[in-house]
Design a protein around this ligand. Structure first.
Ligand SMILES: CSCCC(=O)/C(O)=C/O
Ligand SMILES: [Fe+2]
Ligand code: NI
Length: 144
């Protein structure tokens, strides 16, 4: 994972992310199941699904357009990157974007009610596990 302030490219640390309640868990991809199960147990993640996005995904451009609209959710957004890479932008306390480049092995938690957006990077491929406290749902509330 690499994080920067989008406007200036200034590097942002995991601690600075934590200050805005975005959590990062690096996962060992050779043996991630025990750590994943205990995280789910501790934080009450009862459901999960997987999403793959690449150039052959039906309606990929429409999907990316929706993901890249600045939005929030009334629950945490938990994404575990199983393969590939991508970009999450999250708003910091000054309403500036932190750009989070995620890759295989990264698990990030965006808190409820934080404006964010997602897009693919130049690799144009991501395979992510989505974890949910309740039934899998994806209800974006767009800004404005
Ligand atoms: C990497 S999963 C696709 C993006 C997504 O699920 C989401 O909710 C973006 O806000
Ligand atoms: Fe989301
Ligand atoms: Ni979202």
């Amino acid at each position: 994972m690499k994080v920067s302030l989008l406007d200036t490219n200034e590097p942002i640390s995991v601690e600075q992310l934590k200050d805005i309640n975005v959590l990062y868990f690096p996962m060992d991809m050779n043996d991630y199941k025990p750590a994943l199960e205990s995280l789910c147990q501790e934080r009450g993640y009862k459901n999960r699904d997987e999403v793959k996005l690449n150039k052959d995904t039906p309606n990929i451009e429409d999907k990316l357009k929706i993901f890249f609209e600045e939005h929030l959710h009334d629950d945490e957004e938990i994404r575990f990157i199983l393969d590939g890479s991508g970009i999450f932008d999250v708003r910091n306390k000054d309403d500036k974007w932190y750009r989070i480049n995620v890759e295989k092995g990264d698990l990030i938690i965006v808190p409820a009610n934080m404006y964010h957006r997602f897009t693919l990077d130049d690799n144009r491929f991501i395979h992510a596990m989505r974890l949910f406290t309740d039934a899998p749902k994806w209800v974006p509330v767009n800004r404005y």
